[in-house]
Design a protein around this ligand. Structure first.
Ligand SMILES: Cc1cc2nc3c(=O)[nH]c(=O)nc-3n(C[C@H](O)[C@H](O)[C@H](O)COP(=O)(O)OP(=O)(O)OC[C@H]3O[C@@H](n4cnc5c(N)ncnc54)[C@H](O)[C@@H]3O)c2cc1C
Length: 245
């Protein structure tokens, strides 16, 4: 359970690089795990490893175990049971997580309307995914000089969320004022803000992307669309120009 303290305690020269990835699929009986790496160059140990890996190469993994005692950790997809509208927003690093999420949507009791915005580097990064959601693929190579997250923001602005919130009957006043906080979070701080809602919440937004992009998207939802911040999970999966280690 305390692998991380032991890892941190290693002398710098001995401590191996560690990065966080999503388990896209797990086949315990075959001792197999699928991980989908974004190959962004040889400027980071994980991407470099994946670009050069060949069968037989070794690495160490640590992962949450659903059967372990204690609080369940390791995933932040926790839709309320009464949810009627879901937004899933992901860049390429969060695509494996979002793809796994799409596979679970049929389990939600009220069959909510689900819309997913996926920004990927290239048109040929688009992959077949379950159709339980309305998927919008946004490829940066279709738009010259497009910055990370720009297409996500544009696509989000295209959705008439104000009108949808009215259609849901608005939000209980006890949560609606959650947007008063202007969300002026320190842009250099890590971003890991799970939604804090109960099962009566009608709306749930799940965002995972480059940290500043995820911050901007959440600010837009909360400050401009009036979505209670408690309804939004927002996570920085990586940081442009900065190693994650
Ligand atoms: C919970 C969680 C799940 C994740 N799941 C996945 C996953 O399934 N697949 C996946 O590919 N990533 C995933 N990520 C993101 C991944 O951990 C980061 O991209 C990480 O920085 C990659 O490590 P690295 O060693 O390649 O680069 P680092 O050493 O961390 O960074 C080196 C340089 O590369 C840049 N960089 C890092 N990532 C990217 C990128 N994607 N595109 C462009 N530049 C980049 C940094 O800005 C930095 O300048 C996940 C992150 C979290 C927190």
């Amino acid at each position: 359970h305390d692998w991380y303290s032991a890892y941190r305690a290693l002398p710098d020269a001995q401590r191996p690089s560690a990065r966080t990835y999503t388990i896209r699929a797990l086949r315990p009986e075959q001792a197999e795990v699928d991980v989908e790496f974004v190959l962004h160059g040889d400027n980071g140990p994980a991407s470099r490893w994946a670009m050069n890996a060949s069968p037989g190469d070794r690495l160490a993994m640590t992962a949450p175990d659903a059967n372990a005692e204690g609080p369940k950790q390791g995933y932040e997809w926790k839709p309320p049971q009464g949810v009627r509208r879901i937004l899933i927003i992901a860049d390429e690093t969060a695509l494996p997580a979002a793809a796994g999420i799409l596979e679970t949507l049929d389990d939600l009791p009220l069959k909510p309307k689900v819309e997913a915005l996926f920004e990927v580097p290239r048109r040929d990064d688009v992959q077949p995914l379950p159709q339980a959601a309305k998927l919008r693929w946004l490829a940066r190579d279709a738009e010259p000089a497009c910055q990370h997250g720009e297409l996500l923001m544009r696509a989000l602005r295209d959705i008439d969320l104000q009108q949808e919130i009215v259609a849901l009957g608005g939000f209980p006043s006890a949560v609606a004022n959650g947007s008063e906080d202007a969300l002026n979070q320190d842009e250099d701080a890590p971003l890991w803000d799970p939604a804090t809602l109960d099962d009566s919440a009608p709306f749930y937004a799940w965002i995972a992307a480059e940290t500043k992009v995820a911050m901007k998207l959440r600010r837009y939802l909360v400050n401009e669309c009036g979505l209670p911040k408690q309804y939004v999970t927002s996570m920085g999966y990586w940081r442009l120009g900065k190693a994650n280690g």
